[in-house]
Design a protein around this ligand. Structure first.
Ligand SMILES: NC(=O)c1ccc[n+]([C@@H]2O[C@H](COP(=O)([O-])OP(=O)(O)OC[C@H]3O[C@@H](n4cnc5c(N)ncnc54)[C@H](O)[C@@H]3O)[C@@H](O)[C@H]2O)c1
Ligand SMILES: O=C(O)CC[C@@H](O)C(=O)O
Length: 394
């Protein structure tokens, strides 16, 4: 029985893919797999039993990825699975930033009397707004979400400028050629009426938008952060808004100091909170983790290379090792010395670590256990696992 631990609400449509005969959910503190959303895993112990962590979502800043890598734990995420939900919320926030409809709705709710219609017509001028058409939107980070926001903002009639020096080839193809590419991020800050940020939180994106960057913006500019709180310096935003040097800020990340300010809208991290996004993310997270547990195949990992190989032999040995010379030679030699025949083998490296799958034509579990012991005793090998091929192919 494979033990899985979950944190946060993982959509049942995803969890249903873990068959009851093979998977026990939240029955052990020594799980092989963890599935989570925004839970800060830095605050929990990571038992040695854990082989893989799957984030049903994109951002992995709530997972100690470096520690996982050192321990040979493979971390997966589901980029793109919730992108449409975030895009729709960004577009809604852009529209709300120019149309004070929420104030109008709330005002009307407290109107009394038989002349509600007349009062509404008489007061509606307080709630007049502006239009997005013809205004310029800057999109920082043209990944799954940024690309969708850029394309749809263009369809709404906005002029769109994007900035992403690391854009992937696939995403680049999906972006309309009408979206201008900025060579420098400062072009976005100095020229746009609306600026939205869609980059991952990393050391180099911490406070990507701070006092200096806000100072470059138009006083009439509106800023949107649906990426991660720490990417924008919230104190600098408050100072700029209070000095009339920034017109508005919308963020999806709660921060006490941002509450109860005019021109600041704070949402309770709702970007991915749609039934569709939660289902998509859970299905993909469960599928990748299950495939890894059952076959050793790695897809959509943020810390190990993608490695796939059809599984036809009776047993598969999976090995995580430091990416140093002659590891494959040593692995093959240990297996050959035990007189085990290798059917198939694949090895991929990524930065300081590498992953190897070795399919063996051997059924003698005692011989296999002996090989595993020798491999585990080899310098620079971090983790060794044996997987028995299941009767029903995955
Ligand atoms: N609010 C929410 O609920 C919610 C939901 C999903 C994702 N997110 C956040 O949004 C982020 C983006 O999500 P995504 O699905 O588009 O991810 P993605 O990986 O598809 O795209 C991120 C893009 O940012 C670019 N990038 C990285 N560093 C950059 C920099 N310094 N300047 C410009 N571009 C840079 C990358 O090249 C990539 O194209 C996630 O990392 C996550 O933190 C939030
Ligand atoms: O799980 C969520 O609700 C949010 C997920 C989102 O922040 C992400 O990074 O994908």
């Amino acid at each position: 029985m494979h033990q899985i631990k979950t944190f946060n609400a993982i959509a049942p449509e995803g969890m249903a893919r873990l068959e009851k005969e093979k998977y026990a959910i939240n029955e052990s503190e020594q799980p092989e797999g963890i599935i989570l959303r925004s839970k800060k895993l830095q605050e929990s112990e990571l038992p040695d039993s854990v082989l893989g962590v799957a984030r049903a979502g994109t951002g992995v800043n709530n997972i100690p990825v470096d520690l996982c890598t050192e321990k040979g734990i493979v971390v997966f995420n589901t980029p793109g699975a919730n992108a449409n939900a975030v895009k729709e919320l960004v577009l809604m926030s852009l529209l709300l930033s120019v149309r004070p409809v929420i104030r109008g709705i709330n005002w009307l709710q407290q109107v009394t009397g038989s002349d509600v219609e007349e009062q509404a017509e008489a007061h509606k001028k307080q709630f007049a707004g502006r239009e997005l058409e013809g205004k310029k939107l800057g999109v920082i980070g043209l990944g799954s979400i940024g690309a969708m926001v850029a394309n749809d903002a263009y369809r709404l009639g906005m002029e769109v400028m994007g900035y992403d020096p690391y854009v992937s080839v696939d995403t680049a193809w999906s972006i309309s050629r009408r979206v201008h590419r900025a060579k420098e991020i400062s072009e976005i800050f100095t020229s746009c009426d609306f600026i939205t940020v869609h980059v991952p939180l990393q050391e180099k994106t911490f406070h990507l938008i701070g006092q200096k960057e806000i100072a470059m913006m138009k006083n009439s500019a509106q800023l949107f952060n649906f990426a991660r709180s720490e990417i924008v310096d919230n104190s600098a935003v408050i100072e700029a808004i209070e000095a009339d040097e920034l017109a508005g800020f919308t963020t999806d990340f709660a921060d006490e100091k941002l509450l109860h300010h005019d021109h600041i809208t704070v949402l309770p991290h709702l970007g991915a909170s749609t039934a569709e996004a939660e289902t998509n993310s859970a299905k993909i997270a469960v599928r990748t983790l299950k495939k890894f547990i059952e076959t050793g195949v790695i897809k959509r990992s943020v810390n190990f290379p993608p490695v796939e190989m059809a599984f036809h032999s009776p047993y598969r040995i999976t090995i995580i090792n430091r990416n140093v010379p002659n590891m494959l030679g040593q692995i093959s030699a240990v297996i050959a010395d035990s007189e085990i025949n290798i059917d198939n083998m694949i090895n991929r490296g990524r930065d300081d670590y590498a992953y190897t799958l070795v399919d063996i034509d051997e059924n003698d579990e005692r011989k296999i256990a002996d090989v595993v012991e020798k491999l585990r005793a080899t310098d620079d090998i971090i983790r060794v696992r044996v997987i028995k091929k299941e009767e029903v192919p995955y």
